[in-house]
Design a binder for this molecule. Sequence first.
Ligand SMILES: NC(=O)c1ccc[n+]([C@@H]2O[C@H](COP(=O)([O-])OP(=O)(O)OC[C@H]3O[C@@H](n4cnc5c(N)ncnc54)[C@H](OP(=O)(O)O)[C@@H]3O)[C@@H](O)[C@H]2O)c1
Length: 316
Amino acid sequence: MSSTPRWDVHRLPSQTGKTFLVTGAGSGIGYFIAEQLAASGAHVVLAARTPEKLDLAAQAIRARVPGARLRSLPMDLADSASIHTAVRALGETVLDGAVFNAGVLQQEQRRETKGGHELVLGTNYLGHFVLGSLLFPTLAPGARLVTMSSVAARWIKELRLDDLESAAGAYQGFKVYKVSKLAQTVFALELDRRLRAAGSPIAALAAHPGGALDGLTPSRPPVHTRRAADFLKELPKAPLTQGKDAAAWPAVRALIDPAAEGGQLWGPRVARSKGRPVLERPTALMQDAATAGRLWTWAEQATGVSWPAPLDTRTQ
Ligand SMILES: NC(=O)c1ccc[n+]([C@@H]2O[C@H](COP(=O)([O-])OP(=O)(O)OC[C@H]3O[C@@H](n4cnc5c(N)ncnc54)[C@H](OP(=O)(O)O)[C@@H]3O)[C@@H](O)[C@H]2O)c1
């Protein structure tokens, strides 16, 4: 949108004194979100499912950001007990925001989380639903929760609650992925509506990275080393895709731009695929309050977790 205020992705406002948590920070876009936040002076809680990847990510960030303030938090979003353990380990930490970035991409075959839900929806949507509810009491006034959407969330025109997880016999991996990203986006906008209705000083936003490829992503040893062959292979796609460094920009802007507001969706400027981060208009379905209410209740029932009052459906 042309009304988007200016923002320099290479000169972020200082975040010294702020603490942010990033899921999926051990690799991919999440690594770059964490790196950019650390470079802006923030204390970054790196959340990822394997301690080894956390160590490598911290090593890579420190190589580029001397003195980076980092903390590693093992957390498997496909395992509710692991999420509870991780949030307990945060102790008295007060967060100024979190980016719900981790995501399972489409699967060939149906797999399940420890709680028995389809893996992609169970991790991307339900895992972050549980994490958000547990983190909520740790948030500082003015904190932001940013959920990672996808342009693929635009391609779903109807959300059927009786087919969210794609049944075993007729599993459609890409459809579940698209549904999971739509569910996450609907959740982010619904969360912000509930926060506004409650007069809360917390905000929820959504962001999406456009199209991002490892082959176009600069090396960050020991997390990621770009091979020339991969770069050359992906180069023809460069007009409408980008590296994961640039793909991190919309989420970072949604999290820290003073001009960003709750309920917004941020994405790349060029064909929603690449480039500097700008405001985007969510689809009608993303903003549909009735769908959002049903989806929220479904997540509560699926996880057995309710957000603290006044955000849970029992108080609506
Ligand atoms: N790349 C794109 O073009 C694109 C487009 C639209 C949206 N997105 C979204 O952007 C986000 C990041 O994508 P990406 O390209 O960086 O993908 P990626 O390279 O595959 O990274 C996904 C991240 O999610 C983490 N993850 C997966 N399952 C997890 C679990 N159970 N618990 C904790 N973490 C888990 C992965 O951890 P491990 O390293 O341990 O596997 C990894 O850090 C995702 O939400 C994705 O849906 C990406």
